[in-house]
Write a protein that binds this ligand. Structure first.
Ligand code: NAD
Ligand code: IPM
Ligand code: MN
Length: 366
């Protein structure tokens, strides 16, 4: 992952923390704990400096003050921070999801975080619902276009709340937008020595928007002759990743399809509680969040799985160029899963903080 040069010259990072709502507030502190532990585990001379600054943006603030993304927030994050560690947004008291749209989609769009990187990696055979599949069989990266498509909020209602109502939601695709995410997928494959890139769309039905995806894909892939490039319609892709996930190294797709296929992928690797993601613009302040949401059905019970957030923290450290710290976090997560020290979503009986404490202790001892 191409990182961002740290403002303080390589060893100190400033991280904005937006824990958000629901289980976002429960899992994010465990990630911070894990990061602090991994940093403390290094000898004094190799030790990194990191600063976490918390922002209380989310449903409570919105309901209290009517504020979603405060004025000046985007400029502040872009100028004063290296990365953003994000929990989740979503609250039953805000059925419109207005605050999540303003804050999460707002930051993706306004910071121009065009790469949504969602790795799917099976850490232990027992975690996949697929029969006879093991860790080597489920390992691919989903690159979801993150600034365009059906998410841009262009559209409207006509004759709202009448029997003749019409709702329009536009799918916006720019040549530059499509090209940069497809190119990113090929560059990632090349730099990680991965052989296969699969672009997925619905060009048989979406004959304008995804015709553009087709044409750009055919053009860009010519620059990467050593990489096997392939196209699958999104419905077929959904079927094929379940039938035989070994076919995939890198998948690149549009915003909405990437949202869906990444949850499907998450389940193949043990579920939403384990899935990390990065919203990235190489070289700029980027935002890291677990794939899951605020899980109102388990929020406040202390049983949310913190491992997705901790793996997310690992992706963030990787982005900052802190490879060995990132690897230590991943190894600690792998050990937790091997020893089955896990929360109820993975069949265990441990709590969020217990798992977080276990990781922090383990990360420090390796
Ligand atoms: P969700 O991801 O919150 O939950 C889906 C299911 O997975 C639930 O059964 C939940 O208990 C379980 N789950 C999710 N994360 C878990 C974890 N860490 N540990 C254990 N179990 C976990 O999705 P949803 O229920 O569709 O959405 C709830 C709210 O979250 C909505 O408001 C939605 O818009 C929002 N949401 C936000 C984000 C985000 O902030 N990035 C992502 C997805 C959904
Ligand atoms: C995700 C979420 C968001 C999305 C929602 C909360 C808008 O599902 O990050 O995957 O669809 O991008
Ligand atoms: Mn999603």
């Amino acid at each position: 992952m191409s990182g961002k040069p740290l403002r303080a010259g390589g060893s100190a990072a400033r991280i904005a923390v937006i824990a958000g709502d629901g289980i976002g507030k429960e899992v994010t502190p465990e990630s911070i704990k894990a990061i602090r532990a991994v940093i403390d585990s290094k000898n004094q001379s190799a030790r990194r400096q990191i600063e976490f600054i918390e922002f209380d943006w989310g449903a409570d603030k919105f309901l209290r003050e009517g504020v979603t993304l405060p004025a000046g927030a985007v400029e502040m994050l872009a100028n004063d921070f290296d990365a953003i560690l994000f929990g989740a947004l979503g609250d039953p008291r805000v059925p419109s999801n207005q605050h999540a749209a303003d804050i999460l989609l707002g930051l993706r769009f306004k910071l121009d975080l065009f790469v949504n990187a969602r790795p799917v990696e099976l850490f232990h055979d027992r975690l996949t619902p697929l029969r006879d599949r093991s860790t080597n069989d489920v390992r691919f990266m989903v690159f979801r276009e993150n600034t365009e498509g059906l998410y841009v909020g262009v559209g409207g209602f006509f004759k709202k709340d009448t029997a003749d109502e019409i709702a329009v939601q536009e799918d916006v695709n720019s040549r530059k937008g499509v090209e940069r995410i497809i190119r990113h997928a090929f560059d990632y494959a090349r730099s990680n020595r991965l052989k296969r890139v699969c672009m997925s769309d619905k060009s048989n039905a979406m004959t304008f928007a995804h015709d553009l995806w087709q044409r750009v894909f055919k053009q860009v892939r010519q620059e990467y002759p050593e990489i096997e490039s392939r196209h699958l319609y999104i419905d077929t892709l959904a079927m094929e990743v379940v039938r035989d996930p070994r076919q995939f190294d890198v998948i690149v797709t549009c915003n909405l399809f990437g949202d869906i296929i990444s949850d499907l992928g998450a389940q193949l690797a043990g579920g939403l509680g384990l899935a990390p993601s990065g919203n990235i613009h190489p070289g700029r302040t980027s935002l890291f969040e677990p794939v899951h949401g605020s899980a109102p059905n388990i929020a406040g019970k202390g049983i949310a799985n913190p491992l997705g957030s901790i793996l997310t923290a690992g992706m963030m450290l990787d982005f900052l160029g802190w490879k060995s710290e990132s690897e230590s976090l991943r190894n600690a997560v792998r050990s937790t899963l091997q020893e089955n020290f896990v929360t109820p979503d993975l069949g265990g009986d441990k709590g969020t903080v217990e798992v977080g404490d276990w990781i922090a202790a383990r990360v420090g001892s390796r």
